[in-house]
Design a protein around this ligand. Structure first.
Ligand code: PEP
Length: 234
């Protein structure tokens, strides 16, 4: 199954939720694709009222404790109660704005595996690492540290070059193929490797041919874009 992940980030409204729910009423080819919507927390609880069951739900983050006096936080227990199957771990925006480091991310991945919720681990190099030819070294370090003591878990790894997120610039097809092969070699055997970074309705087909799916930010909340992408899955 190729993953089509839709990370809404800190965007969205009830209106957007209903419009996108409407687009997804028509079943897609679920033998080939799995559509996962990752809205912000407040939209999780009403999700299945509006969306058909074959669209999967994910969250963008969580706090490590199961429950208790942690005002403002949301646990995996709560996410599972809301039928979330997936959760993002280590998105570059969390690494940059919320100081999540490789050790924090390793601990979060272990939490996910214990709680049996599927993590989508995000990794990716900065423009400086890319330009100085350090991409593979950097990714290898992230994979090694993020997945320390985690062996044959089923993990989805989203390769998202930071310089490609929200910029409209993407690596070439050859570069993505090269990184995909590299990550397949160093990641746990059952991992899926998906690509994220400025995916849109025009380049989407190229990426899903190489990778095990895509993770989209901007296009996933753009009605025209998501309509085109969704209808191409049918
Ligand atoms: C993302 O942040 O996961 C992402 C891929 O964003 P965008 O599609 O907007 O580049």
């Amino acid at each position: 199954l190729k993953i089509i992940g839709c990370n809404w980030k800190m965007n969205g409204s009830l209106d957007l939720l209903q419009k996108i729910a409407h687009i997804t009423q028509k079943p897609y080819d679920d033998k080939n694709f799995e559509v996962i919507i990752l809205p912000s927390y407040p939209f999780l609880s009403g999700f299945y009222r509006d969306f058909p069951k074959y669209v999967k739900l994910g969250a963008q983050d969580f706090y490590k404790q199961k429950n208790g006096a942690f005002t403002g936080e949301v646990s995996l227990e709560i996410l599972k109660n809301l039928s979330c199957e997936y959760v993002l771990v280590g998105h570059s925006e969390r690494r940059i704005h919320f100081q999540e480091n490789n050790q924090t991310i390793n601990a979060k991945l272990k939490n996910c595996l214990e709680e049996k919720i599927k993590p989508i681990l995000c990794i990716g190099e900065s423009i400086d690492h890319y330009q100085s030819g350090q991409t593979k070294n950097f990714l290898e370090q992230q994979v090694t540290q993020n997945l320390a003591d985690i062996e044959d878990a089923q993990i989805v790894i989203a390769y998202e070059p930071i310089w490609s997120i929200g910029t409209g610039v993407t690596p070439s097809i050859n570069e993505i193929q090269n990184i995909y092969d590299f990550l397949k070699d160093i990641a746990p055997a059952n991992s899926k490797i998906i690509y994220g970074g400025s995916v849109n309705s025009s380049n989407f087909k190229d990426f899903i041919q190489i990778a095990d799916g895509v993770l989209m930010g901007g296009s996933s909340i753009d009605i025209a874009e998501i309509t085109k992408i969704y209808s191409s899955l049918q």
